[in-house]
Design a binder for this molecule. Structure first.
Ligand code: NAD
Length: 353
């Protein structure tokens, strides 16, 4: 029986395909804008410049200073560049760090955003912004954060390094995992998760062998869109809370941290959600969502231990304290002992029991 639900409606226009970067100028024009500031990380500056050249007189310049965890100082510099360029919209080309900077500008200035994601992290379809100020990461949701247009161009993912291919995909699967048991889940979100899981399951083993495989790249980017959309419509729980604590308070790298935590947070909640994680168990095997994800991650050579990401044994108590002080709502009670045990398992990299 279909249970009662509320679906908030989709508000982001999506263009998906190969070579769709060529459509960015008309998407900017379609929004009624004439001067875009193009954002990127320093690493993707050349691509941002090429896109600005393609935009021609619709470009107001580039800002290539996006960085992980959206520090407010960088946002201030980018807003100064936006104003100096007399820009009237943002075009973000890159992964979650660049998308995050665009969102930070948008929520402060009201600028429209065209986002061109080049990883699978899945920030582009959400109304979520995480920012760092004074060494602390805070997360907020606001309709003004959600991008107006997302242009997925599979060709841009052909250069995505294998490690980030795997870890950003596991970041996306974490969105899907928490969407399956979110109290505000709905049939559209559930359907997108069911699309995404086998698409990633099929594509990732191909991509670690053949990173240029266009069909697998296409499937993976499609799966990332599904996962990002799912996260955009539901609440986050324990998994995202722990990732934010470890990234914000201990400086751990974002995608890798999600990758290591995912089997453990999944296993923690699995007994409390009455079969809702069954699609994950069915996709990844072993009759258990947590175990299935751990073995899948291992088969992809994903990082498995928090100790390999720079966390020390001494950090575990403090991480458990911070994570349980203001926990997000979660299907299984978040206890200090339970989280300390989870962190120990993830620290050592064991398959969850
Ligand atoms: P990233 O954006 O930091 O990218 C990592 C590096 O890879 C950068 O140097 C980037 O330029 C490079 N890169 C990206 N795509 C490439 C490509 N196709 N080819 C070659 N190099 C490429 O990494 P990420 O994991 O995508 O994003 C992490 C950030 O995203 C974090 O700050 C996280 O908080 C945020 N995030 C936010 C949400 C949300 O909904 N708010 C969701 C997921 C992630």
């Amino acid at each position: 029986m279909t249970r009662p639900f509320t679906f908030p409606g989709l508000t982001t226009r999506v263009v998906f395909g190969h070579g769709t970067l060529a459509q960015v100028p008309e998407e900017v024009a379609r929004l009624g804008h004439s001067r875009a500031l193009v954002l990127s990380t320093p690493h993707q500056k050349a691509e941002a410049q090429a896109l600005a050249d393609r935009l021609g007189n619709r470009a107001g310049g580039i800002f290539a200073g996006a960085t992980m965890h959206t520090p407010v100082e960088v946002t201030d510099q980018a807003i100064a560049a936006y104003q100096a360029a007399r820009a009237d919209c943002i075009v973000s080309l890159g992964g979650g760090s660049t998308t995050g900077l665009g969102k930070a500008i948008a929520v402060r200035t009201g600028a429209d955003q065209v986002v061109i994601p080049t990883t699978y992290a899945g920030s582009e379809m959400t109304d979520i912004l995480g920012e760092t100020a004074g060494g602390e990461k805070t997360t907020r949701r606001d309709p003004a954060i959600r991008p107006e247009v997302v242009v997925y161009d599979v060709d841009l993912t052909l250069t995505l390094p294998v490690t980030l291919t795997v870890t950003s995909a596991l970041n996306a699967i974490a969105h899907a995992m928490e969407a399956l048991y979110a109290p505000d889940r709905n049939p559209v979100v559930e359907a997108m998760v069911r699309e995404a899981l086998p698409a990633f399951r099929g594509a990732l083993p191909v991509l670690i062998r053949s990173p240029q495989d266009r069909e697998a790249r296409s499937d993976a980017l499609y799966a990332a869109w599904c996962c990002s959309t799912a996260l955009g419509y539901v609440s986050m729980a324990l998994h995202h809370k722990l990732a934010h604590v470890l990234g914000g308070s201990f400086g751990l790298p974002h995608a890798e941290t999600h990758a290591v935590l995912l089997p453990h947070t999944t296993a923690y909640n699995e007994p409390a959600v009455d079969g809702l994680l069954q699609p994950i168990a069915d996709t990844f095997g072993l009759g258990s969502a947590g175990k299935g994800l751990w073995h899948f991650a291992k088969s992809l050579n994903a990082p498995l231990r928090l100790s390999d990401l720079g966390l020390t044994a001494r950090d575990l108590d403090r991480a458990a304290d911070i994570a349980t002080k203001n926990p997000y709502a979660n299907p299984r009670p978040v206890t200090r002992d339970g989280i300390r045990h989870l962190l120990q398992q993830a620290f050592e990299g064991h398959c969850p029991a």
